[in-house]
Design a protein around this ligand. Structure first.
Ligand code: GLU
Length: 440
């Protein structure tokens, strides 16, 4: 079979190739010299499969795409409170290099604009780190996200540093507000080194897939940053990742993303894939023209907008019926699919409505997953029913509820048959035994 995904990527690359609008970044002389025809795109799944088309192994500087990853490092190293005290999470609606800080606190509005990213760079590692050790931590962290050792481009770094007047002005302003506590020049130097790290489109897709995969690199298996950090980073990318085009992006594309002035662009679709594109010509916001078009295509062709409502899951309650009669009659609620809050709510209603018998079996054989809130809701309901004197059985051969003992007093069985027959012949005995066991 001809591979479907690479064919699709080749086709969309062809569609955007003819668009030669925009221009490579001009304010960093070395970037202005980039070959504007370069074009690449890659998907990396959370299982570590990489699909690509075009120049996916050409290196270019990461620039602002480093910002979400270095933000993740600072949050992991210093904790949320100390990072949030210095850098906010509000979209600015302004250009990436605007010299603007929050009026009362002097904090940069968010970590995706330069003022925020310069501050975030200073928050990586411990407070007493030497600037060079901090840069090493940053490059090491970016390498862990990419699962290969990354290096910097000295020419681009020197070119940017020679023209870093705005970033230096911002750093001095941050220092005057007490947001930066270290030498302003050293921090901008470190931040510029961070921006000059060389990556390929393939690397960026894997880095984005690490975010999509709750912080675990799908190739190395390394948990690069903790899960709560990833949630914070993706949220900020969603609201602030595309500079002053963030609102358009959120509505039209709807994928947490980050662009860089060298022409790279990443998106992370939580639980699915990391996407990266590379094309050096930029629009007026500083985002890659062809990169933006590619993402617009992916979002609409493949339903990747985060706010697309998934087709309503099949009803969680598959059936409700009673077996037997008299005191031994057993009501069976057969559940299916993945259960979240809304599904658990419908199970509670079904339990209320159908619970005419003294004995109830919740059959989870066809349930493939249950989230934490749904698990707690079901266990609370079974706990209340057992306290009311009912006998509840949990048919859970795959242990989708691994530890029902903490919230519910019920009997676990592997099949509905066991709930109907010996050793649970008299349900009261089975249930009683379990209750006594828990009480010991
Ligand atoms: N190094 C660039 C700067 O600070 C990064 C900007 C970007 O990629 O958007 O100006």
């Amino acid at each position: 079979m001809r591979p479907i995904i690479p064919d699709y990527l080749i086709e969309v690359l062809k569609d955007v190739e003819s668009d030669t609008s925009g221009a490579p970044a001009g304010y960093i002389p070395e970037l202005a010299a980039a070959d504007p025809e370069r074009l690449g795109v890659a998907f990396a799944t959370i299982e570590g499969e990489v699909y690509g088309a075009g120049d996916i192994d050409t290196e270019f500087t990461i620039q602002s795409i480093s910002k979400p990853f270095v933000y993740a490092m600072a949050l992991s190293d210093r904790g949320f409170d100390s990072v949030l005290a210095r850098v906010g999470v509000e979209p600015s609606g302004e250009a990436f290099n605007q010299i603007s800080l929050e009026r009362d606190t002097g904090r940069p509005l968010n970590p995706m604009i330069n003022a925020g990213a310069i501050t975030v760079h200073s928050l990586v590692g411990t407070a007493d780190l030497e600037p060079s050790a901090r840069v090493a931590r940053v490059i090491g962290g970016l390498s862990a996200f990419a699962s290969r050792p990354l290096a910097t481009d000295e020419t681009v770094r020197a070119s940017e540093m020679a023209h870093a007047h705005r970033n230096l002005a911002m750093a001095h302003m941050l220092r005057s507000h007490g947001i930066l506590t270290e030498d302003a020049h050293a921090v901008v130097d470190g931040y510029t080194r961070q921006c000059s790290v060389l990556v390929t489109t393939r690397d960026l897709a894997i880095m984005a897939a690490t975010l999509a995969n709750r912080g675990t690199n799908p190739l190395s298996g390394e948990q690069v940053v903790p899960e709560p950090v990833v949630r914070q980073v993706l949220s900020v990318m969603f609201s602030c990742g595309m500079y002053d085009a963030a609102g358009d992006w959120a509505t039209q594309v709807g994928i947490p993303a980050k662009s860089g002035v060298a022409g790279g662009l990443i998106g992370a679709l939580p639980g699915q894939i990391g996407i990266a594109a590379f094309s050096p010509r930029l629009d007026r916001h500083g985002n890659s023209v062809r990169g933006v078009s590619l993402f617009e295509r992916f979002s609409s062709d493949m339903g990747m907008h985060l706010m697309d409502i998934p087709t309503i899951a099949r009803a969680v309650v598959r059936s409700s019926h009673t077996i037997g009669s008299g005191p031994h009659a057993l009501q069976i609620l057969e559940l299916q699919g993945g259960i979240g809050f809304a599904g658990a709510e419908s199970v509670l209603r079904a339990m209320d409505a159908s619970f005419l018998e003294n004995r109830l079996a919740l059959d989870l054989t066809r349930v493939h997953s249950i989230d934490d809130v749904a698990r707690r809701m079901l266990l609370e309901a079974t706990s209340r029913l057992t306290l009311d004197g009912h006998d509840i059985y949990l048919v859970d051969p795959e242990s989708v509820i691994p530890d029902p003992g903490d919230g519910g007093r019920l009997t676990e069985v592997d099949t509905v048959h066991q709930a109907m027959n010996p050793p649970y012949a008299t349900a009261q005995h089975g249930s009683q035994r379990r209750r006594e066991g828990l009480g010991q």
